[in-house]
Design a protein around this ligand. Structure first.
Ligand SMILES: O=C(O)C1=C[C@@H](OP(=O)(O)O)[C@@H](O)[C@H](O)C1
Ligand SMILES: C=C(OP(=O)(O)O)C(=O)O
Length: 430
């Protein structure tokens, strides 16, 4: 057995003052890839993310008969769309194609409805971690819409075999577990014979991601009318597009947090005046805590002021940045309470339990609430943090090491899910 990898993070000797590019957005890349696959003609994505989650989507599309050419050094992906014939392969009764969504929630939840557009059976599977995440509401919706859904292990979980066609025009789903079920249905909806109306029966989490879905669809020529309780998509078609992917706002949260907690300045270029990602609002929380924030027309800058105050905040819209905020909260002068994020117990790991357990491991006072956590300021003692195969645990806890000595991150390779160069980028702040 080989020793597992542990990566030390050494405190910065001086506050950073830098412009730091972030990788392309995972959420936008995976939406644009699927819209391009469902279009007819050739689309080109620039600024695309090359990471495990987008490799999962590219692999899934190829398995479903879509040619995708990638050039990582140019951050470019070229997709030869096949329209509604996605996954049509050998037709009804043929042996099912198996798609491996790896650890990717977006890939699995977005591909399932698209794979049910034709009668050809498709199996969607993933890592052990993804097999533990919920799929029930999406699978129930597909059945209601006319698909055949055959669980190959536990009902409501991967692996599952789906076959179309989808014939109904209306369905109701819960919104409180994940917005990805709704986004997945929306992405396939223009290719349904009568379009689709989705009613959202319980309060929708991660709302900005659903609006993002509508906006990426629009860039590929498909309409969607989006509210938090009702989404309507008329029948139509996707058109091929030249599509620039914006930088990843969740990835950028670590860079902005680094500036806030070290008293430095970091600018992340490439965010337009009206970004698609709700997670850009993370910087507004840093501003509430005491950092200076400039949201310009083509970049966002955060300057730490040396003072940070605790806040009480609902992060249901931007929960991927909750762990980042927990790291910043350690250096505030009063406690921070994060609410509204009970559903992140169903992500890569139970993120509420994990963040509280790890901060306590470092001797800090942190408590778990049903729908969030409370972090009390303190000085972390030298600690090797566990990361639970969760990229966001690794990236958030590493921030503590920029300011406090003795921090190390176990299994740092898990950052490959969305930000493979993360530790090199942190090192570039030195
Ligand atoms: O649609 C998306 O791209 C995402 C939606 C969010 O998930 P939930 O809707 O499950 O909260 C987010 O956490 C995930 O990283 C990406
Ligand atoms: C929850 C996440 O990813 P996904 O649901 O797409 O696997 C994430 O990136 O934090």
């Amino acid at each position: 057995m080989t020793d597992r990898e542990v990566r030390a993070v050494v405190p910065l000797s001086a506050p950073p003052d830098a412009e730091v590019p972030a990788p392309g957005s995972k959420s936008v890349t995976n939406r644009a890839l699927l819209c391009a696959a469902l279009a007819t003609g050739t689309s080109t994505l620039t600024g695309a993310l090359f990471a495990d989650d987008t490799a999962a989507m590219v692999g899934a599309l190829r398995d479903l008969g879509v040619a995708v050419d990638t050039d990582e050094s140019a951050a470019r992906m070229v997709v030869h769309g096949v329209g509604a014939a996605i996954g049509a392969g050998a037709g009804a009764g043929a042996p099912a194609v198996t798609v491996d969504a790896r650890q990717s929630g977006t890939t699995s939840r977005f591909v399932l409805p698209a794979a049910a557009l034709t009668v050809t059976p498709v199996v969607v599977d993933g890592s052990a971690q993804l097999r533990a995440r919920p799929f029930g509401p999406l699978l129930d919706a597909l059945v209601e819409l006319g698909a055949s859904v055959r669980p190959l292990d536990r009902p409501g979980y991967l692996p599952v075999e789906v076959a179309g066609p989808l014939t109904a025009r209306e369905v109701t789903i819960p919104g409180h577990l994940s917005s990805q079920f709704l986004s997945g249905l929306m992405l396939a909806a223009p290719l349904l014979p009568d379009g689709l109306t989705v009613r959202v029966a319980t309060p929708l989490v991660s709302v900005p991601y659903v609006r993002m879905t509508g906006r990426v669809m629009a860039a590929f020529g498909a309409a969607a009318d989006v509210t938090e309780t009702l989404v309507s998509v008329p029948a139509g078609a996707y058109t091929a597009s030249e599509y620039p992917v914006e930088p990843d706002a969740s990835a950028a949260s670590y860079l902005f947090a680094a500036a806030a907690l070290t008293g430095g300045r970091i600018t992340v270029p490439g965010f337009g005046a009206d970004p698609l990602q709700g997670d850009v609002a993370f910087v507004d929380l840093l501003a509430k805590m005491g950092a200076q924030v400039e949201r310009g027309a083509d970049a966002i800058t955060v300057r730490g002021t040396g003072t940070l105050h605790g806040i009480d905040v609902d992060m249901a819209d931007i929960s991927d940045t909750a762990q980042t905020l927990a790291a910043v909260a350690v250096y505030a002068d009063s406690p921070t309470r994060v609410r509204g994020i009970g559903f992140i117990r169903g992500k890569e790991t139970d993120r509420i339990a994990a963040v509280v357990t790890e901060l306590r491991r470092a001797g800090l006072d942190a408590t778990e609430d049903e729908d969030g956590f409370t972090i009390h300021p303190g000085r972390p003692r030298p600690t090797t943090f566990e990361t639970y195969d969760d990229h966001r645990m690794a990236m958030s806890l590493a921030l503590l090491g920029l300011r406090s000595p003795g921090v190390a991150i176990a299994d740092p390779g898990c950052v490959a899910k969305t930000f493979p160069t993360y530790f090199e980028v942190l090192d570039s702040l030195r």
